[in-house]
Design a protein around this ligand. Structure first.
Ligand SMILES: [Zn+2]
Length: 169
């Protein structure tokens, strides 16, 4: 799958459809046509506490995220080891909102094409360093064709997306 590039909102809308609805909300018709549930292959919880029943993604990229989480499960083998590496923690996937630090650009989460992992230990903006998401776990997502915003000295290490990104590094 070739993902659209994040610099071009038209490209995002062409691939994923236009999620924009009224009054700062996603268009409910777009949501019902495109946003689907993923039951994670291991136990996850939101970083603020509740257990994850399912994660929401765009239908075109749900399987890529599912495969990535399956790779994480294979990498660590047990729930205890996944938890020890904090790969069970998410800040969420589908969220209709502005990009952090922007008053005009919508976040890739608005197209349901991104997930945040362990935001408490992977702050924005920050460059990846030891103690953040383990490099071998981030590689599980990259192996499945997803883009990690902690690569190449980028500044959003919690964030993985099904959208191309130009690294400045
Ligand atoms: Zn994010």
């Amino acid at each position: 799958m070739n993902w659209p590039h994040e610099s071009n909102t038209g490209e995002l809308d062409a691939c994923f459809g236009n999620p924009h609805g009224a009054n700062g909300h996603a268009n409910p018709a777009w949501v019902s046509e495109n946003v689907v549930a993923l039951i994670p292959p291991y136990e996850m919880k939101f970083s603020w506490g509740p257990k994850v029943g399912h994660l929401l993604f765009h239908r075109k990229c749900r399987d890529a995220f599912g495969e990535a989480l399956l790779e994480v499960k294979k990498l660590y083998g047990t729930q205890a080891d996944i938890d020890a590496h904090r790969m069970n923690l998410t800040g969420g996937s589908f969220m209709y909102r502005l990009m952090r630090g922007s008053s005009t650009r919508m976040s890739i989460h608005s197209w349901a094409a991104a997930i945040d992992i362990d935001p408490q230990h992977n702050p924005f903006p920050a460059k990846w360093r030891p103690g953040f998401i383990p490099a071998e776990a981030a590689a599980c997502f990259e192996k499945c064709g997803l883009i990690w915003r902690g690569a190449h000295g980028d500044d959003d290490p919690m964030h993985f997306q099904a959208v191309e990104h130009s690294y400045r590094g």
